[in-house]
Design a protein around this ligand. Structure first.
Ligand SMILES: [Zn+2]
Length: 230
């Protein structure tokens, strides 16, 4: 252990960790972003209001316990840069750290304290192999670690391979929805309050498609959470 810590110190000396956003040298306990850049992330404060815009966008589509996004997504902004890095530049560690920070800030909020377990929106296995990880899973892992709640990865699966451009297109028919996701282990979600996690909400169609198939699990209730809202 001592040698590992020493090794890290030596590495930090040779390659000083820099803020992802402003490039300033980072000092422990700073991770990925300096404290000033962390504090500048555009929080929504949606955890304070059950009937926030994300929750309201699901009314009439699917009955949810809670719904919220942590950050506002703005074109050309820091949140877009972060999401681009963890989606396309092999930074699952960044997604996980953002999930951890989200959970530390919202630990007491009902949307995080009420659910029993966490399910990330799955990628198609082929896409997951191509990218090497699922960014929604990395965010969910960070949240699960802080809350000490189970992360369930084998209950919901994506059966249809779609590229990211078409990912959020609204699904018109139930048959199409059913074809995209499948609930392979309904018993894993039975009688549980499930927190469904994704990286970004735009129309909410992807989350709605997941929820529609997950409700096959008897006695389950659902909340949804995304890192950002476009
Ligand atoms: Zn910074």
């Amino acid at each position: 252990m001592k040698w590992q810590v020493l090794g890290r110190d030596v590495l930090d000396f040779i390659f000083p960790p820099l803020c992802f956003n402003c490039g300033q040298r980072l000092y422990a306990p700073e991770r990925d972003l300096c404290l000033s850049c962390w504090s500048e992330l555009p929080r929504t404060d949606f955890e304070k209001f059950r009937e926030n815009p994300v929750y309201r966008s699901f009314v009439g589509r699917f009955p949810l316990e809670y719904a919220a996004s942590w950050l506002h997504f703005q074109k050309g902004g820091l949140v877009q840069d972060l999401m681009h890095a963890f989606k396309y530049r092999n930074r699952p560690d960044l997604a996980r750290q953002l999930g951890k920070t989200l959970a530390q800030e919202w630990r007491e909020a009902p949307i995080l304290s009420a659910p029993d377990l966490i399910v990330p929106v799955p990628l198609h296995p082929r896409k997951r192999r191509k990218r090497g990880y699922n960014q929604a899973e990395a965010i969910a892992r960070g949240i699960a670690e802080v809350l000490n709640k189970p992360l369930v990865l084998d209950a919901l699966e994506r059966k249809v391979y779609k590229n990211s451009q078409t990912r959020e297109q609204r699904f018109n028919r139930w048959e199409q929805v059913k074809a995209v996701f499948a609930l392979s282990r309904p018993e894993a979600l039975q009688d549980q309050h499930v927190l469904l996690v994704d990286d970004v909400i735009t129309t909410g169609a992807t989350l709605e498609a997941c929820l529609q198939v997950m409700q096959e699990a008897k006695g389950s209730r659902f909340s949804v959470l995304s890192l950002a809202r476009a």
